[in-house]
Write a protein that binds this ligand. Structure first.
Ligand code: THU
Length: 130
């Protein structure tokens, strides 16, 4: 699957977004090493801090299916169906990615492919507890 195809899966997943408070629709498409694609959307809540981002929805869906090895995630966000601006993953989502993925994990945004290591170079991992 190409980066562009994965990005289009993320755009498609954003149509499921439950975002009545922000009006910002986000979709994520997580490509597992075995080729499966897990999608997710942001799910908001009247108690705002209970909101979950699209990326974590996709990752938690995958983990709950016992799939923990991934090669890439695409993220697409928009309030008006124009997905041309990059939707950068938040710090919480990057931290969750770093639990399962290394520096070379690919993050596909509207402006192309990036690496997890570029967004979160000195992240907290289990090694810090050694
Ligand atoms: N959001 C995501 O789902 N992923 C991101 O990468 C950034 C932000 C959601 C959370 C909230 O529902 C809305 O976008 C506005 O912050």
């Amino acid at each position: 699957m190409t980066c562009e195809e994965l990005y289009q899966e993320a755009v498609k997943a954003s149509s499921k977004s439950y975002s009545k408070y922000s009006g910002f629709h986000v979709g994520a498409a997580l490509l597992a090493e075995d080729g499966r694609v897990f999608t997710g959307c942001n799910i908001e809540n009247a108690s705002y801090s209970m909101t979950i981002c699209a990326e974590r929805t996709a990752i938690f869906k995958a983990v709950s299916e016992e799939c923990t090895s991934y090669s890439a995630i695409a993220v697409a966000g928009s309030s008006d169906d124009d997905f041309s601006a990059p939707c950068t993953p938040c710090g919480a989502c990057l931290q969750v990615m770093s639990e399962f993925c290394g520096d070379d994990f690919v993050i596909v945004l509207s402006d192309g492919a990036h690496k997890l290591g570029d967004f979160l170079p000195k992240r907290f991992t289990e090694d810090n507890m050694a």
